[in-house]
Write a protein that binds this ligand. Structure first.
Ligand SMILES: [Zn+2]
Length: 178
C-alpha cells in the first residue's frame, strides 16, 4: 500500500480491505497512520476488516465524534473531524474500529453493563494512545490532550462514567446526581 505522509518514515502499512471499506481518503490515511505507528492496534484493525466493517465520514449529532452501529455493522466518524487534521480523526477511528472488533469477537453475544463500560474505557485508551502517538502530525487540540492526560493519570474510568451518553448506552438510563 503506497501512501504519502510524514508518518510514513520508510513505508506505510495498511490493510488491502480498506480500499473497499473506507471510501474517504482522509479517513483511510488516518487508519493507515495508526496501523503504521501503533503495532498493538493492528490485530484490532484486522478483526474489523475481517468483519467487513466500513468506516465512513458522515453527519452525527453534536457531541458524537464517532459511532459503531452494531445493527448496520459500520462505523461513522463525525464529518466535522475531517477539518481538524489527522490526529483526532485517527484517534476517533481507532476507538470505533475497536468497538467493531469487539463485536466481531463476541460473535453476537451480549455484553453486561460493566462489560459495556469497560469496553468504553478500553476504547478511550485507543483514543488516547493513538492521539498521543500521532499528535505531531496535526495542530494542537486541547480536547484530545485532555483525554491523553486522563489516560496517563489512570482516570479513563472517570471519563467514561461521567458522560451521560455512556450511562444511557451501558446502564440504560442517565444517573441522577445527588
Ligand atoms: Zn466508544
Amino acid at each position: 500500500m503506497v501512501v504519502q505522509g510524514a508518518f510514513c518514515q520508510q513505508s506505510c502499512l495498511g490493510l488491502a480491505e480498506w480500499t473497499g471499506l473506507v471510501a474517504d481518503e482522509r479517513v483511510r490515511l488516518a487508519l493507515i497512520a495508526t496501523y503504521t505507528q501503533l503495532e498493538t492496534w493492528r490485530p484490532v484493525a484486522q478483526d474489523a476488516a475481517r468483519a467487513r466493517v466500513p468506516v465512513v465520514a458522515g453527519p452525527l449529532a453534536a457531541g458524537f465524534e464517532g459511532v459503531y452501529i452494531p445493527n448496520e455493522k459500520r462505523v461513522i466518524i463525525n464529518e466535522h473531524l475531517l477539518a481538524d487534521g489527522l490526529p483526532p480523526l485517527a484517534a476517533v477511528a481507532a476507538h470505533e474500529v475497536f468497538h467493531a472488533s469487539q463485536a466481531f469477537r463476541r460473535q453476537g453475544k451480549g455484553v453486561d453493563p460493566a462489560g459495556c463500560l469497560e469496553e468504553e474505557q478500553a476504547a478511550f485508551r485507543w483514543t488516547a494512545e493513538t492521539y498521543d502517538r500521532l499528535r505531531v502530525y496535526g495542530p494542537p487540540n486541547a480536547g484530545y490532550d485532555g483525554i491523553v492526560q486522563s489516560w496517563k493519570q489512570g482516570k479513563l474510568r472517570d471519563v467514561v462514567l461521567l458522560q451521560p451518553a455512556y450511562q444511557v448506552e451501558c446502564l440504560g438510563r442517565e444517573l441522577p446526581n445527588y
